[in-house]
Design a protein around this ligand. Structure first.
Ligand SMILES: [Zn+2]
Ligand SMILES: [Zn+2]
Ligand SMILES: [Zn+2]
Length: 121
């Protein structure tokens, strides 16, 4: 996988000899004042979206994740490809993006860890 920084910059001014940039998402010229640059390509702010949840990556943060031609936000990347663990209390899967409690070599869902603490009393 790859992480890429998204940078927002001012588009080439009309009339300059650099010409108009074409959006890699919709293949239309970018006439807006600002464009996004990512993966060495130019994008409309509306076109650089997570392939999963459609969130606008120019706003989510400055990093996007790519894998197998997919462009993903961090959350979806971790959900799809991140390391999942198993809760030591309920033995169910813990998605990679979820907050966990770690104790010794075990990981727990936050709720499961709390319950365990109660049981000890
Ligand atoms: Zn576009
Ligand atoms: Zn997403
Ligand atoms: Zn659990």
């Amino acid at each position: 996988m790859m992480t890429m920084d998204v940078s927002k910059s001012e588009a080439a001014k009309p009339g300059s000899n650099t010409g108009q940039q074409e959006c890699a998402g919709c293949c239309k010229p970018i006439t807006e004042r600002f464009l996004l640059k990512a993966l060495d390509l130019y994008w409309h702010e509306d076109c650089l979206k997570c392939g999963c949840c459609d969130c606008r990556l120019g706003e989510v943060g400055s990093t996007l994740y790519t894998k197998a031609n997919l462009i993903l936000c961090k959350r979806d990347y971790l959900r799809l490809f991140g390391n999942t663990g198993y809760c030591a209390a309920c033995t169910k899967v813990i998605p990679a993006f979820e907050m966990v409690m770690r104790a010794r070599n075990n990981v727990y869902h936050l709720e499961c860890f709390a319950c365990q603490q109660c049981n000890h009393r």
